[in-house]
Design a binder for this molecule. Structure first.
Ligand SMILES: Cc1ncc(COP(=O)(O)O)c(C=O)c1O
Length: 288
């Protein structure tokens, strides 16, 4: 079981890997990241994740000097070293090593880190019983302040929300935007099912463009399900027939409780399970 890291291409056991205390990722949270997982030992949707990583970095003015092929070669070497049946993969790109100042011209970088560890499958009960989420008071960052479309290592908004959700006995926090609409989970996108139709907040709600969300939009027509983007209010979730979360690590997780309220029948619904099955059939084909 391997927990290994690559720091600028140097592979070591993860607990021996080191980044400078002057790294802007540490001193300012001035970094971006991606979370991936493998299917059959190969990373899922790597090209999509690298595209989003570069888009996040570009929003912060961080240039990633390596081509996708070079990043992939580093990741392949790390996965080979770790020898996990399935891996969780974290990419982090920080602006680099600075001097704890806003003098960005002094920063030497970027720092390019990859970490892999054994992938932990969600509990089987998620599929059979669903999960409980909590509608928290913490609002999602306003896009004009810190755009949630940037997958940045500044995760305090998510941490505050997750701490509130965990205190409420939930596995995920659902955050509203400043308009009081449902934005997204602290680490997932949100979907509701109403009258057989699947609805999810548009990117304009101030969310991360989830890759699982994107893949689901592509897959749904093949199983005769239509997904539409629509602004959603809390009552749309609370009164839904079904609801679910999507993320790379969770795939699709049926939401059967929002705080103390049961959603629909209180059991994972047929549309959710149909999409989950379709996703699980498809995902290995995007892991190359
Ligand atoms: C805030 C947020 N929204 C949505 C997602 C889901 O994105 P993806 O499907 O690409 O994992 C994540 C995943 O980490 C996230 O952190």
């Amino acid at each position: 079981m391997g927990f290994f890291a690559s720091v600028d291409g140097l592979i070591t056991p993860a607990h021996e890997a080191r980044v400078s205390v002057l790294d802007n990722g540490f001193t300012f949270g001035d970094a971006v990241y991606e979370t991936l997982r493998t299917y059959g030992g190969r990373p899922f949707a790597l090209a999509r994740h690298l595209r989003r990583l570069r888009a996040s970095a570009a929003r912060l003015g961080i240039a990633i000097p390596l081509a996708d092929g070079e990043l992939t070669a580093r990741l392949d070497a790390l996965l080979a070293r770790a020898e996990n049946a399935e891996s969780y993969i974290r990419f982090v790109v920080s602006r680099g090593v600075g001097d704890i100042s806003y003098h960005f011209e002094r920063v030497q970088g970027p720092t390019i880190v990859m970490v892999v560890k054994p992938y932990e499958r969600p509990p089987a009960s998620w599929r059979t019983e669903g999960v409980r989420v909590s509608l928290v008071d913490v609002r999602r960052n306003h896009p004009t302040a810190l755009d949630p479309a940037i997958k940045s290592c500044n995760l305090l908004n998510n941490i505050l929300a997750m701490r509130a959700a965990q205190t409420a006995g939930a596995i995920e926090a659902i955050l509203l935007n400043d308009r009081g609409e449902i934005a997204e989970g602290a680490g997932s996108n949100v979907f509701v099912v109403r009258g057989g139709q699947v609805l999810t907040p548009p990117l304009g709600a101030g969310i991360l463009a989830g890759i699982t969300r994107e893949v689901l939009f592509e897959l749904a027509p093949g199983v005769e399900v239509t997904i539409h983007e629509a602004p959603l209010r809390p009552h749309d979730l609370l009164d839904a027939d079904e609801a679910f979360l999507t993320s790379t690590l969770k795939e699709l997780a049926p939401i059967t409780r929002v705080d103390d309220r049961a959603i629909g029948t209180g059991q994972p619904g047929p549309v959710t399970l149909k999409l989950l099955d379709a996703f699980q059939r498809h995902a290995p084909s995007e892991a190359l």
